[in-house]
Ligand binder design. Structure first.
Ligand code: SDX
Length: 430
């Protein structure tokens, strides 16, 4: 039970608020009555001290470098589980039994095809369209093809839409890639697991059989697990806010994809590889470290820093291990970009600027090297992030829609514009 043990003095007025405790992590001061009590708002651009919701899905401890999905450490899920099992866990809150998992995998597998007419949708894009632009447009268009799962008040339709999204994102992502490189679309195959099916849809061609490398498929699956959810990050908050208006789930996920595209967020994996390529060799690292520290230079070390992690991003550690696994399997002995990345990390982690600001590599620092080695062009990296994060967005959207206290999100502002003034006719203006 909450107790009124937070007080705020505004002028001569004293206001008391409940402090709510979570299972773990920071408690919150419930200030929802502040405006009614005091006529004032709180002010927190960037939401650095604001909890936007209550959630049971993912927990991050930025100081410890901890990431839990429904209480399970990301390391254990990445090493022992698989992506569809993680999807079930994020959606329903528990690890599935064998029967539950088999049923879930079957349902996802049999939703991987998209409406045949959608393939014509792609031909409206220029061939050189960024695959993320194709994803935003195509996922938003899903609501035009799947009317029977857009009524968010119907639990059955919510479940169908959730499954459709998880199942169809790999197909759409692979089609975006194939369209971009001018190759024919490859249909999903029900005899392949989720990650193998995705690699097959991306890299198979009609002229010969494509054998999926199981080591690479396992690495792809693990990369999906690492990207699946991450608490109330910018794109998840976008999905929640869009969903709070009652918008259909496909439109909400399209909004999340649009937000994820930004280089400060999911677009950082593409930007990090571009940066490593620009640095090019180990001897140019000091020049870029200085630029990253220069307040007058907008350059930032892409793949470094995080709003929450003030310690090593646990996902980056697993990603680095996966990078070595993939390069080893492919017989890539010395990847110059990996050399640059590892030396850059070593130098940055010993530089006072990065140490004082607690800037560590995040998930995007190594993912680009791995994805490039897997055969993806740089502009597909954020598409893969969106593919994996879809389950997190859907789980958070579902939690919000099913929350009886849920209302439309409507932040206020600190207004510093003009006070009221009268209209001036155009002949009076100077
Ligand atoms: C993701 O939120 C999530 O959970 C996101 C994500 C997820 O899974 O959903 O984890 C995925 O988005 C990871 C982050 C990917 N972005 C990048 O790698 C881009 C580079 N990083 C920065 O843009 C930045 O670190 C952010 C955006 C990630 C975090 O920004 P913050 O918390 O607003 O940090 P800040 O801008 O307030 O920086 C604090 C200080 C500043 O210096 P001062 O003004 O205090 O002097 O650190 C500096 C910044 O200039 N700084 C950097 C830096 N990141 C922060 N300086 C150089 N290089 C950097 N990368």
């Amino acid at each position: 039970m909450a107790e009124k043990n937070a007080e705020l003095q505004v002028g001569v007025q004293n206001h008391a608020f409940d402090v709510l405790d979570g299972t773990i992590g920071p408690s919150v001061v419930d200030i929802s009555s502040l405006y009614n009590d005091s006529g004032m708002f709180t002010y927190d651009p960037g939401f650095t001290s604001t909890a936007s919701c209550e959630s049971k899905i993912t927990y991050i401890d930025g100081d410890e470098g901890t990431l839990l999905y429904r209480g399970y450490p990301i390391e254990q899920l990445a090493n022992h589980g698989d992506f569809l099992e993680t999807c079930y866990l994020l959606l329903y809150g528990e690890l599935p039994t064998k029967a539950e998992k088999d049923d879930f995998v079957h349902r996802v597998t049999y939703h991987t095809m998209i409406h045949e007419q959608m393939s014509r949708f792609f031909s409206g894009f220029r061939r050189d369209a960024h695959p993320m632009a194709i994803m935003v447009g195509t996922v938003g268009a899903l609501s035009a093809f799947y009317h029977d799962s857009t009524d968010i008040a119907d639990p059955h339709q919510r479940m169908v839409a959730s499954l459709r999204m998880i199942a169809k994102m790999p197909t759409i992502a692979a089609m975006a890639y194939k369209y971009h490189v001018g190759q024919p679309f490859v249909y999903p195959r029900n005899d392949l697991d989720y990650a193998s099916n995705f690699l097959h849809m991306c890299f198979a061609v009609p002229c010969e059989e494509y054998k999926v490398n199981p080591v690479l498929a396992r690495a792809m699956d693990r990369i999906f697990i690492l990207h699946a959810d991450h608490e109330q990050n910018a794109s998840t908050s976008t999905v929640r806010l869009a969903g709070s208006s009652g918008a259909n789930p496909f439109a909400c996920i399209a909004a999340g994809i649009a937000c994820l595209w930004g280089p400060a967020h999911g677009g950082a994996n593409e930007a990090a590889l571009t940066m490593l390529s620009e640095i090019g060799s180990v001897d140019r690292i000091p020049e870029f470290i200085e630029r990253a520290k220069d307040k007058d230079d907008p350059f930032r070390l892409m793949g470094f820093g995080h709003r929450v992690y003030k310690n090593y991003d646990p996902r980056a550690r697993i990603m680095q291990k996966t990078t070595h696994e993939v390069l080893g399997e492919l017989g890539i002995k010395d990847d110059p970009l990996l050399d640059v990345a590892m030396e850059l990390e070593k130098i940055a982690l010993n530089d006072d600027y990065f140490v004082d600001k607690k800037l560590y590599p995040n998930i995007d620092f190594y993912s680009g090297i791995t994805l490039r080695a897997l055969g993806f062009p740089t502009n597909m990296f954020t598409v893969l992030f969106a593919l994996a994060r879809t389950v997190g967005w859907i789980a958070q959207w579902k939690e919000m829609v099913e929350d009886p206290s849920q209302r439309i999100g409507r932040p206020r502002q600190l207004y510093t514009g003009y006070e009221q003034r009268d209209y001036v006719s155009i002949d009076q203006r100077r």
